[in-house]
Design a protein around this ligand. Structure first.
Ligand SMILES: *[C@@H]1O[C@H](CO)[C@@H](O)[C@H](O)[C@H]1NC(C)=O
Ligand SMILES: *[C@@H]1O[C@H](CO)[C@@H](O)[C@H](O)[C@H]1NC(C)=O
Ligand SMILES: *[C@@H]1O[C@H](CO)[C@@H](O)[C@H](O)[C@H]1NC(C)=O
Ligand SMILES: *[C@@H]1O[C@H](CO)[C@@H](O)[C@H](O)[C@H]1NC(C)=O
Length: 261
Protein backbone atom coordinates (compact mmCIF):
# COMPACT_ATOMS: atom_id res chain seq x y z
CA UNK A 1 0.00 0.00 0.00
CA UNK A 2 2.78 2.34 1.00
CA UNK A 3 4.85 1.31 -1.99
CA UNK A 4 1.88 1.83 -4.23
CA UNK A 5 1.39 5.35 -2.92
CA UNK A 6 5.08 6.13 -3.29
CA UNK A 7 5.10 4.75 -6.81
CA UNK A 8 2.00 6.69 -7.63
CA UNK A 9 3.38 9.96 -6.36
CA UNK A 10 6.68 9.38 -8.16
CA UNK A 11 4.75 8.74 -11.32
CA UNK A 12 2.61 11.80 -10.75
CA UNK A 13 5.57 14.08 -10.20
CA UNK A 14 7.32 12.79 -13.33
CA UNK A 15 4.11 13.36 -15.22
CA UNK A 16 3.71 16.83 -13.74
CA UNK A 17 7.27 17.76 -14.58
CA UNK A 18 6.63 16.77 -18.15
CA UNK A 19 3.34 18.59 -18.24
CA UNK A 20 4.67 21.77 -16.69
CA UNK A 21 5.09 24.32 -19.43
CA UNK A 22 8.78 25.23 -19.89
CA UNK A 23 7.88 28.88 -19.33
CA UNK A 24 6.61 28.18 -15.83
CA UNK A 25 9.69 26.17 -14.89
CA UNK A 26 11.85 28.94 -16.20
CA UNK A 27 9.96 31.53 -14.21
CA UNK A 28 10.54 29.53 -11.02
CA UNK A 29 14.22 29.46 -11.86
CA UNK A 30 14.21 33.13 -12.82
CA UNK A 31 12.56 34.21 -9.61
CA UNK A 32 15.22 32.55 -7.47
CA UNK A 33 17.96 34.16 -9.55
CA UNK A 34 16.05 37.44 -9.26
CA UNK A 35 16.31 37.04 -5.49
CA UNK A 36 20.02 36.45 -5.80
CA UNK A 37 20.34 39.41 -8.14
CA UNK A 38 18.50 41.64 -5.70
CA UNK A 39 20.76 40.54 -2.86
CA UNK A 40 23.75 41.55 -5.01
CA UNK A 41 22.57 45.02 -6.08
CA UNK A 42 20.71 46.00 -2.94
CA UNK A 43 22.37 48.11 -0.33
CA UNK A 44 20.13 49.55 2.39
CA UNK A 45 21.77 52.94 2.54
CA UNK A 46 21.12 53.51 -1.19
CA UNK A 47 17.47 54.10 -0.39
CA UNK A 48 18.42 57.27 1.45
CA UNK A 49 20.78 58.89 -1.05
CA UNK A 50 19.66 60.17 -4.49
CA UNK A 51 21.10 58.30 -7.47
CA UNK A 52 24.21 59.71 -9.20
CA UNK A 53 23.68 62.04 -12.15
CA UNK A 54 24.04 60.71 -15.67
CA UNK A 55 25.87 63.12 -17.97
CA UNK A 56 25.35 65.94 -15.53
CA UNK A 57 21.59 65.58 -15.07
CA UNK A 58 19.22 63.61 -12.97
CA UNK A 59 15.93 63.36 -14.82
CA UNK A 60 12.68 62.33 -13.23
CA UNK A 61 9.74 61.87 -15.56
CA UNK A 62 6.26 62.35 -14.19
CA UNK A 63 2.92 61.39 -15.67
CA UNK A 64 -0.54 61.17 -14.20
CA UNK A 65 -3.89 59.59 -14.91
CA UNK A 66 -7.04 60.85 -13.24
CA UNK A 67 -9.14 57.82 -12.35
CA UNK A 68 -12.09 59.42 -10.59
CA UNK A 69 -13.44 62.72 -9.36
CA UNK A 70 -14.74 62.07 -5.87
CA UNK A 71 -16.10 65.24 -4.38
CA UNK A 72 -16.37 68.94 -4.86
CA UNK A 73 -16.75 70.97 -1.70
CA UNK A 74 -18.09 74.40 -2.58
CA UNK A 75 -17.68 75.81 0.91
CA UNK A 76 -14.12 74.65 1.54
CA UNK A 77 -13.19 75.23 -2.09
CA UNK A 78 -11.70 71.81 -2.60
CA UNK A 79 -11.89 69.13 -5.26
CA UNK A 80 -11.09 65.53 -4.34
CA UNK A 81 -9.95 62.96 -6.82
CA UNK A 82 -8.22 59.64 -7.23
CA UNK A 83 -5.15 59.77 -9.42
CA UNK A 84 -2.50 57.35 -10.55
CA UNK A 85 0.96 58.80 -10.69
CA UNK A 86 3.63 57.27 -12.86
CA UNK A 87 7.22 58.19 -12.23
CA UNK A 88 10.43 57.00 -13.82
CA UNK A 89 14.11 57.72 -13.34
CA UNK A 90 17.48 56.03 -13.66
CA UNK A 91 19.30 54.66 -10.65
CA UNK A 92 22.48 53.30 -12.20
CA UNK A 93 23.59 51.90 -8.84
CA UNK A 94 20.85 49.29 -9.26
CA UNK A 95 21.67 48.31 -12.84
CA UNK A 96 23.08 44.87 -13.66
CA UNK A 97 23.35 44.84 -17.45
CA UNK A 98 26.94 43.93 -18.34
CA UNK A 99 28.00 43.72 -14.70
CA UNK A 100 29.76 40.77 -13.10
CA UNK A 101 29.24 40.09 -9.40
CA UNK A 102 31.57 38.12 -7.13
CA UNK A 103 33.97 37.49 -9.99
CA UNK A 104 31.72 35.20 -12.01
CA UNK A 105 28.02 35.98 -11.50
CA UNK A 106 26.07 37.80 -14.19
CA UNK A 107 22.34 38.28 -14.60
CA UNK A 108 22.11 39.43 -18.19
CA UNK A 109 19.24 37.04 -18.89
CA UNK A 110 17.01 38.95 -16.46
CA UNK A 111 15.49 42.03 -18.05
CA UNK A 112 13.65 43.45 -15.03
CA UNK A 113 12.70 42.73 -11.44
CA UNK A 114 10.01 44.07 -9.13
CA UNK A 115 10.71 45.09 -5.57
CA UNK A 116 8.75 46.91 -2.85
CA UNK A 117 9.36 50.60 -3.37
CA UNK A 118 10.28 51.06 0.28
CA UNK A 119 13.64 49.46 -0.61
CA UNK A 120 14.73 52.15 -3.06
CA UNK A 121 15.31 55.88 -3.17
CA UNK A 122 12.28 57.80 -4.53
CA UNK A 123 11.91 61.40 -5.66
CA UNK A 124 10.10 63.58 -3.11
CA UNK A 125 7.49 64.92 -5.51
CA UNK A 126 4.59 66.64 -3.78
CA UNK A 127 1.35 68.26 -4.85
CA UNK A 128 1.69 71.79 -3.46
CA UNK A 129 -2.02 72.49 -3.19
CA UNK A 130 -3.04 69.13 -1.73
CA UNK A 131 -4.70 69.93 1.60
CA UNK A 132 -5.00 66.41 2.95
CA UNK A 133 -3.30 65.98 6.30
CA UNK A 134 -2.17 62.40 5.79
CA UNK A 135 -0.38 60.75 2.93
CA UNK A 136 -1.89 57.58 1.48
CA UNK A 137 0.29 54.65 2.49
CA UNK A 138 1.80 53.45 -0.74
CA UNK A 139 4.77 51.63 0.77
CA UNK A 140 3.36 48.32 -0.44
CA UNK A 141 3.48 49.17 -4.13
CA UNK A 142 6.16 47.53 -6.19
CA UNK A 143 8.67 49.36 -8.35
CA UNK A 144 10.01 47.77 -11.48
CA UNK A 145 13.73 47.98 -12.13
CA UNK A 146 15.09 47.41 -15.62
CA UNK A 147 18.57 45.91 -16.17
CA UNK A 148 19.96 49.34 -17.18
CA UNK A 149 18.71 50.91 -13.93
CA UNK A 150 15.47 52.46 -15.23
CA UNK A 151 12.97 52.50 -12.38
CA UNK A 152 9.24 52.78 -12.90
CA UNK A 153 6.92 53.40 -10.01
CA UNK A 154 3.16 53.70 -10.40
CA UNK A 155 1.09 54.45 -7.33
CA UNK A 156 -2.46 55.59 -6.64
CA UNK A 157 -2.88 58.88 -4.86
CA UNK A 158 -5.95 60.42 -3.31
CA UNK A 159 -5.87 64.18 -3.54
CA UNK A 160 -7.87 67.01 -2.12
CA UNK A 161 -6.92 70.05 -4.12
CA UNK A 162 -7.47 73.50 -2.83
CA UNK A 163 -8.69 75.54 -5.77
CA UNK A 164 -10.79 78.68 -5.89
CA UNK A 165 -14.22 77.98 -7.30
CA UNK A 166 -15.96 81.09 -8.52
CA UNK A 167 -19.31 80.79 -6.80
CA UNK A 168 -20.69 83.71 -8.79
CA UNK A 169 -20.20 81.99 -12.11
CA UNK A 170 -20.39 78.40 -10.92
CA UNK A 171 -22.16 76.30 -12.17
CA UNK A 172 -22.64 78.19 -15.42
CA UNK A 173 -19.02 78.42 -16.30
CA UNK A 174 -16.17 76.02 -16.74
CA UNK A 175 -14.00 75.95 -13.66
CA UNK A 176 -10.27 75.42 -13.67
CA UNK A 177 -8.60 73.68 -10.77
CA UNK A 178 -4.82 73.73 -10.83
CA UNK A 179 -2.56 71.01 -9.53
CA UNK A 180 1.10 71.91 -9.08
CA UNK A 181 3.70 69.17 -8.67
CA UNK A 182 7.39 69.48 -7.88
CA UNK A 183 10.20 68.24 -5.65
CA UNK A 184 9.92 69.42 -2.07
CA UNK A 185 13.65 69.68 -1.38
CA UNK A 186 15.58 69.43 -4.64
CA UNK A 187 16.12 72.22 -7.15
CA UNK A 188 16.34 71.77 -10.92
CA UNK A 189 20.11 71.24 -10.85
CA UNK A 190 19.61 68.32 -8.49
CA UNK A 191 16.38 66.93 -9.95
CA UNK A 192 15.26 67.80 -13.46
CA UNK A 193 11.51 67.20 -13.46
CA UNK A 194 10.15 66.30 -16.89
CA UNK A 195 6.63 65.72 -18.18
CA UNK A 196 5.93 62.59 -20.22
CA UNK A 197 2.88 64.00 -22.00
CA UNK A 198 0.90 67.15 -22.65
CA UNK A 199 -2.27 66.17 -20.74
CA UNK A 200 -3.32 64.08 -17.78
CA UNK A 201 -4.44 60.67 -18.98
CA UNK A 202 -8.21 60.48 -18.67
CA UNK A 203 -8.63 57.18 -20.50
CA UNK A 204 -9.05 55.17 -17.31
CA UNK A 205 -11.88 57.31 -15.96
CA UNK A 206 -15.02 55.22 -15.67
CA UNK A 207 -17.33 55.95 -18.61
CA UNK A 208 -20.48 56.01 -16.54
CA UNK A 209 -18.92 58.12 -13.84
CA UNK A 210 -21.41 60.69 -12.63
CA UNK A 211 -18.59 63.13 -12.18
CA UNK A 212 -16.85 64.38 -15.22
CA UNK A 213 -13.98 66.42 -16.34
CA UNK A 214 -13.48 68.18 -19.65
CA UNK A 215 -9.71 68.01 -20.02
CA UNK A 216 -6.52 68.45 -18.03
CA UNK A 217 -3.65 69.95 -20.02
CA UNK A 218 -0.34 70.54 -18.29
CA UNK A 219 2.46 73.02 -18.39
CA UNK A 220 6.06 72.51 -17.36
CA UNK A 221 7.32 75.66 -15.68
CA UNK A 222 10.85 76.53 -14.67
CA UNK A 223 10.89 79.25 -12.04
CA UNK A 224 13.99 81.22 -11.13
CA UNK A 225 14.14 83.24 -7.95
CA UNK A 226 16.23 86.38 -7.54
CA UNK A 227 18.20 84.83 -4.69
CA UNK A 228 19.75 81.90 -6.45
CA UNK A 229 20.98 80.46 -9.70
CA UNK A 230 19.04 77.24 -9.39
CA UNK A 231 15.93 76.73 -11.49
CA UNK A 232 12.83 75.22 -9.90
CA UNK A 233 10.89 73.06 -12.36
CA UNK A 234 7.27 72.14 -11.75
CA UNK A 235 4.45 70.48 -13.63
CA UNK A 236 1.11 72.21 -13.34
CA UNK A 237 -2.10 70.60 -14.53
CA UNK A 238 -5.13 72.75 -15.33
CA UNK A 239 -8.12 70.57 -14.63
CA UNK A 240 -11.20 71.82 -16.45
CA UNK A 241 -14.48 70.98 -14.75
CA UNK A 242 -17.98 71.57 -16.01
CA UNK A 243 -21.18 71.24 -14.08
CA UNK A 244 -24.20 69.31 -15.22
CA UNK A 245 -26.89 71.59 -16.65
CA UNK A 246 -29.46 69.72 -14.56
CA UNK A 247 -28.54 71.92 -11.64
CA UNK A 248 -30.99 74.82 -11.93
CA UNK A 249 -30.58 78.34 -10.53
CA UNK A 250 -31.42 78.46 -6.86
CA UNK A 251 -31.34 74.71 -6.49
CA UNK A 252 -27.60 74.48 -7.02
CA UNK A 253 -26.53 74.52 -3.43
CA UNK A 254 -28.88 71.71 -2.53
CA UNK A 255 -28.32 69.52 -5.53
CA UNK A 256 -25.36 67.25 -5.72
CA UNK A 257 -22.72 68.35 -8.13
CA UNK A 258 -22.47 66.51 -11.40
CA UNK A 259 -20.08 67.19 -14.18
CA UNK A 260 -20.77 67.09 -17.89
CA UNK A 261 -18.64 64.84 -20.01
C1 LIG B 1 17.61 64.58 -19.31
O1 LIG B 1 16.64 65.35 -19.94
C2 LIG B 1 17.16 66.29 -20.87
C3 LIG B 1 16.00 67.10 -21.37
O2 LIG B 1 15.63 68.04 -20.40
C4 LIG B 1 17.87 65.55 -21.98
O3 LIG B 1 18.44 66.47 -22.89
C5 LIG B 1 18.96 64.66 -21.40
O4 LIG B 1 19.54 63.88 -22.41
C6 LIG B 1 18.40 63.77 -20.34
N1 LIG B 1 19.49 63.09 -19.69
C7 LIG B 1 19.53 61.79 -19.56
C8 LIG B 1 20.73 61.26 -18.86
O5 LIG B 1 18.66 61.06 -19.97
C1 LIG C 1 26.14 60.29 -21.84
O1 LIG C 1 27.07 60.90 -22.70
C2 LIG C 1 27.81 60.00 -23.49
C3 LIG C 1 28.86 60.80 -24.26
O2 LIG C 1 28.33 61.99 -24.76
C4 LIG C 1 26.85 59.24 -24.42
O3 LIG C 1 27.56 58.31 -25.20
C5 LIG C 1 25.79 58.52 -23.57
O4 LIG C 1 24.83 57.90 -24.40
C6 LIG C 1 25.11 59.49 -22.64
N1 LIG C 1 24.23 58.76 -21.77
C7 LIG C 1 22.92 59.04 -21.62
C8 LIG C 1 22.16 58.14 -20.71
O5 LIG C 1 22.38 59.98 -22.20
C1 LIG D 1 32.29 31.12 -9.17
O1 LIG D 1 33.13 31.46 -8.08
C2 LIG D 1 32.93 30.65 -6.93
C3 LIG D 1 33.85 31.14 -5.82
O2 LIG D 1 33.89 32.53 -5.81
C4 LIG D 1 33.17 29.19 -7.25
O3 LIG D 1 32.91 28.40 -6.11
C5 LIG D 1 32.33 28.77 -8.42
O4 LIG D 1 32.67 27.44 -8.80
C6 LIG D 1 32.52 29.68 -9.60
N1 LIG D 1 31.59 29.30 -10.64
C7 LIG D 1 31.97 29.21 -11.93
C8 LIG D 1 30.87 28.84 -12.88
O5 LIG D 1 33.09 29.48 -12.29
C1 LIG E 1 5.80 68.84 -21.75
O1 LIG E 1 4.99 69.97 -21.59
C2 LIG E 1 5.21 71.00 -22.55
C3 LIG E 1 4.29 72.13 -22.17
O2 LIG E 1 4.76 72.81 -21.03
C4 LIG E 1 4.95 70.47 -23.95
O3 LIG E 1 5.25 71.46 -24.91
C5 LIG E 1 5.83 69.25 -24.21
O4 LIG E 1 5.51 68.71 -25.48
C6 LIG E 1 5.58 68.21 -23.13
N1 LIG E 1 6.48 67.10 -23.31
C7 LIG E 1 6.07 65.88 -23.70
C8 LIG E 1 7.13 64.84 -23.81
O5 LIG E 1 4.92 65.63 -23.98
Amino acid sequence: MRLKTALFSALLSTLLLQLLPPALMQSVHESSSADLLFSKIYDAHLSMIPPPKVNGTFNVTFDMAIAQLLELDELKQTVSMLTWRRMSWYDTRLSWRGRVFDGNLSFNSISSIKIPNSQIWKPDLVVYNDVRKTELDWSLYYASIQSDGLIRLNTPQLMKLSCPINVQLFPYDKQVCRMKIGSWTMDGFELNLLNASTHADLSSMAEDNEFCLVKAPLERNVIKYACCDAPYPDITYSILLQVNAACQPGTFWSCSVHFLC
